[in-house]
Design a protein around this ligand. Structure first.
Ligand code: ATP
Ligand code: MG
Ligand code: ZN
Length: 154
């Protein structure tokens, strides 16, 4: 690792979310639910770090945690440039880009109060990604379109 990337203490085991578009690390932390992590896990956040690839970026490093597919999908929605690395015994074991799936299940709440996904517990929200740039989500139940989904992240 280049020295300028060592602003954050290395972690033994955990997850690194790198190349987050500048300013979105706090949203990513909210998705991870940093408050739910066990008390021995360090969470490091670097805001406004120089990046060769994307100008400026944010980085989040979380000890002793691996992300559920659902959380990866939520991160892909708000930070499509992010990469996720799994660290085991200080080494990068796996690194991949996040990937926006065709359907988003259970991550975004439908803004339509009358939508069936808001009525009864067993029905989870489900959106089809009907546009990628910019991202537009369409509810598969009521067809409500959503372009600003950030306030609706579940
Ligand atoms: N032990 C560790 N503790 C914390 N972060 C780590 C550790 N090892 C690697 N990283 C971080 O994990 C990410 C992936 O590591 P890697 O060395 O593959 O990155 P890199 O060479 O900077 O490549 P790129 O930036 O293209 O993903 C980087 O953000 C790096 O800073
Ligand atoms: Mg790098
Ligand atoms: Zn709906």
């Amino acid at each position: 690792m280049p020295a300028r990337e060592l602003k954050i203490t290395p972690i033994k085991n955990g997850t690194v979310i790198d190349h987050i578009s500048n300013g979105l690390a706090l949203e990513v932390l909210r998705i991870i639910g940093a408050q739910t992590l066990d008390k021995d896990s360090t969470v490091s956040v670097a805001l406004h770090v120089r990046s060769n690839k994307i100008g400026w970026k944010d980085i989040v490093k979380v000890e002793n945690m691996e992300l559920s597919p659902r959380k990866v999908n939520a991160i892909a929605l708000i930070a499509p440039t992010a990469t996720i690395s799994i660290i085991r015994d200080y080494q990068v074991r796996e690194k991949r880009s996040v990937d926006l799936p065709e359907r988003i299940v259970g991550v975004v709440r439908c803004p339509n109060g009358n939508c069936i996904s808001n009525q009864s517990e067993p029905i989870e929200s489900e959106f089809e990604v009907t546009s990628r740039r910019p991202v537009i989500l369409t509810c598969v139940y009521c067809e409500r379109e959503l372009d600003d989904f950030r306030p609706h992240l579940a």
